[in-house]
Design a protein around this ligand. Sequence first.
Ligand code: ASP
Length: 327
Amino acid sequence: MKKNILIILTGGTISMKSVGNLGVVPTSELADFLKQFPQLEGVANVEVLDYLNLPSPYMTPQMMFELAKTIDNKILSYDGVVVTHGTDTLEESAFLADLVLTTRKPVVFTAAMRSGGDLGLDGPRNIIGSVRVASHHESIDKGVLVVMNDEIHTARDVTKSDTGKVDAFASPGFGALGIVDPDTIVYHRATLYRENVWTETLDTRVDLIKAVAGLDGKYIDCSVANGSRAIVIEAFGRGNLPKELLPSIENAIKEGVIIVIASRSKTGRVLPEYGYDGGGKHLQDLGAILAGDLQGVKVRLKLMALLGKYDNIELVKRFFLQSMPAE
Ligand code: ASP
């Protein structure tokens, strides 16, 4: 029996086309296109919610959170939801939804790298693939999925790894969860590592700073002075930083700001391995939290959710650490 799927539109290149000298800009044509998209007919009973029409660089964490709440409410009346989104911040919206959604039904994010009018459009194909994945019984309880270029990824692992190619989305170190083949959906692996933060509010006072050679403490000082409750630092490799940051990190911790160390490397975990000043072990000894293998942009969103849920910083730290793999 055909499933009932809601497609929620939020904008992005999938809703854009090239208009003369203006370049690639938003249009309002996707909703109408989907209503007459013949290939969808045979796949599922589809309804469309024209929710937003934004370039995804305009999406804020609060907007992503409200989108997640909308999905959670709307999905009560459907078998699954597909969200079309800009590719630039898709991994953040999808991951925040993965954290806060309470539903176990399939939720699939998709997008396009090519805008309307381009040769070899990927958007319509990605939408069909996503509706098929959202309709498939094996997609239940897999967390939020991302379907691009006939591949199925988890929201936790996926990232936009290329600025222009149709196969821009990858899950570095792990690979796709499955594929969308013409005859069926094939899952290759399970999502073993899942985490949820069921919260009704988000606290967006969390910053992210990327380590570069010669970095000093000025950005950390600025964040603390501006009222940040937590700062994610994308450190080098296993989680190491220049020692010039230490006075600012120590001051931030003294002020009650949570310091979380992620890595600017694309794969692998941060570890308390190096004991020199600024090394991961030293930072942990000072009171910083090491974020495992979660990428910095996602660590930031997780902290926003935890800080929205718990007012007590010790609880936030404890719940952050509890979601890490056990030793
Ligand atoms: N700039 C676009 C966006 O994210 C890129 C895309 O959708 O592919 O909105």
